[in-house]
Design a protein around this ligand. Structure first.
Ligand code: GLY
Length: 564
């Protein structure tokens, strides 16, 4: 069965079960500013599930274009994509668990032909708030499924997308230990403060990963071995003269170029344009990453790869090939010019700015700062001639640069800055993530009451009347880690206090600032007046862990946290 047949089978099956087949919505979500890109089939139906809008249909099925950025750094291994398709059947106050499970099982075993021995399923194990899913277990048993495993919130609870929305316990189907089918039983609305409010209308939201299911059907080790990727990989092979599956390191490069060209093609066709913020930055990153990896295997012109992507989806999605060429090439040229300028300066400096076999970290930083020449490229160039980069000096220069943009810092704040080394810098950015996460989870009454940073940990005091529950602590921690995984650039701007306030920046020590302040922005998540220093991208932070939540003084709580 090939990709086209799988899509068709899915549509015919669910149509025969009374579902209205609707087209995929755009990758740019409509009416939902809390979500950057469409990450699941349910996105276009969020208002129907939530009860904000009357559903036009009560049973719907779609094949939905989706995009998840949390996996960008993983792309290159055999299983991760940025862009993907999702098969979904949805019920809005119509059928619930019984039919959802029966439809899924019938489709997977009869239509797709998965042998029962290859399959196991999972259900929600239950916790303080949401009961164990006995009902789903009984339904699976009635179908003769024996291998039923149970998991908690991490694995068997889905949603909401963005800051709030419908969500619920899930039941999943695994084939050869790969999750291929996710049934979400939408029965709650999660508010921004994470409370669960029962929904009036029970719903079913299915997320079945198209690429993964296809790979399992075709018994391929990887999604890159399916007919969805074969033509794209072939185009990369032709251009580079390489053969896929001969060298693991080269394979990784081939996969990154294939995935990123494919995702850029979809983003551009849906109207995204490169920029330094939001979804524009996602597009900029995938194009630049494709170009950077392309250079490593002598690919400079991506037209035939783009053409192969468009060919794979001919008649399925409208891809605007001329627009894709134009936007992709313009961004590529911009980036190449940046790289070329940087490279020229680099070559000039290569033999001047070095101490034996060590290249000046300060010059490498200037290259980055002035020409946008990435540090990894400096390292690649240096590797060719057997020279190493002075890492410590690079970090130093980075920190110094960030310090220069400090303005009007209060004494109280200075007290919080024990030092400006690499770890301290990271903890400053982590503190902003923590601050915003606390406000989102506990409410806007959370105000910073103090901050202290060392190279080992951050300490953050904030106003809040009671002890946080373990769930709240976990949720805050997860939210901070989510933002780290999203690799959000940390931008810095100097402006007036009034303007900072007007644009919604958090100001912590009112009245103590000078005329001009520095505002650090972390995507759409956080905006805060601060003296810095900060990392340039949240992805540099590692894993955020809350070690302690305790009382500091009356009405003030204290959190100690580390980066691991
Ligand atoms: N909306 C369900 C899923 O993404 O798995």
């Amino acid at each position: 069965m090939n990709a086209r047949e799988l899509r068709e089978k899915f549509i015919i099956f669910f149509e025969s079960k009374g579902h209205k087949i609707l087209p995929s919505s755009s990758l740019i979500p409509k009416d939902d500013p809390s979500v950057l890109l469409t990450t699941a089939g349910m996105q276009q139906f969020k208002n129907w599930f939530a009860g904000n809008e009357e559903p036009k249909y009560h049973r719907v099925a779609t094949v939905q274009k989706s995009f998840r950025t949390s996996d960008i750094e993983e792309v290159g291994d055999a299983t991760h994509n940025t862009f993907f398709e999702m098969l979904g059947n949805f019920s809005f106050g119509d059928y619930f668990k019984e039919d959802a499970i029966k439809f899924a099982y019938e489709f997977v075993t009869k239509e797709l032909g998965f042998k029962k021995e290859r399959i196991w399923v999972s259900i929600f194990e239950g916790d303080d708030e949401v009961p164990r899913d006995d009902e789903s277990e009984a339904i699976w048993r009635s179908l003769g499924v024996i291998d039923i495993r149970e998991f908690g919130r991490e694995d068997n609870f889905w949603g909401p997308t963005g800051l709030e929305g419908p969500c619920g316990p899930t039941s999943e189907i695994y084939a050869d230990d790969v999750e291929i089918w996710n049934l979400v039983f939408n029965q709650y609305y999660m508010t921004q403060d994470k409370s669960l409010i029962p929904l009036k209308l029970l719903g079913v939201d299915t997320g079945a990963g198209f690429e993964r299911t296809l790979a399992r059907i075709q018994n391929k080790e990887s999604i890159y071995d399916t007919d969805l990727f074969n033509p794209i990989i072939l185009a990369v092979e032709k251009l580079s003269g390489l053969k896929y599956k001969e060298d693991e390191e080269k394979d990784r490069i081939i996969r990154i170029i294939s995935d990123h060209t494919r995702s850029a093609t979809f983003l551009i066709s849906d109207g995204v344009r490169p920029s330094n913020v939001g979804r524009g930055y996602v597009l900029r990153r995938v194009i630049r990453r494709a170009v950077r990896y392309g250079r490593l295997i002598n690919i400079n012109d991506f037209s035939s790869i783009i053409r192969s992507v468009v060919g794979v989806y001919e008649g399925v999605y409208d891809l605007n090939i001329q627009m894709v060429y134009a936007v992709f090439n313009e961004e590529k040229d911009k980036f190449l010019k940046t790289l070329d300028n940087g490279l020229k300066v680099f070559s000039r400096e290569l033999h001047v700015q070095r101490d034996g076999n060590i290249f000046s970290g300060k010059v490498a930083f200037d290259l980055f700062q002035t020409y946008g020449f990435p540090k990894e490229m400096v390292e690649e160039e240096l590797e060719k001639v057997g020279i190493k980069l002075n890492e410590a000096e690079f970090e130093d220069a980075l920190v110094k640069h960030q310090e220069i943009s400090k303005a009007g810092m209060s004494d109280k704040f200075k007290g919080g800055l024990a030092g400006t080394g690499e770890m301290e810098t990271k903890y400053h950015t982590a503190t902003h993530l923590l601050h915003q996460a606390l406000r989102q989870v506990l409410g806007p009454e959370v105000k910073q009451a103090g901050s202290n940073i060392t190279a080992e940990r951050l300490r953050f005091d904030f106003t809040y009347p009671q002890k946080m529950t373990p769930e709240e602590v976990k949720t805050v921690e997860n939210l901070a880690n989510e933002k780290i995984k999203e690799n959000i650039p940390v931008l810095c701007a100097t402006t007036t206090v009034e303007w900072a306030k007007k644009t919604g920046a958090l100001g912590l020590f009112d009245s103590k600032y000078g005329d001009k302040v520095t505002v650090y922005t972390i995507g759409e998540f956080s905006k805060e007046i601060c003296g810095g220093p900060h990392v340039t991208n949240t992805g540099e932070l590692g894993t955020f862990k809350i070690k302690k939540e305790e009382s500091s003084s009356a009405g003030v709580r204290r959190i100690k946290a580390v980066l691991e």
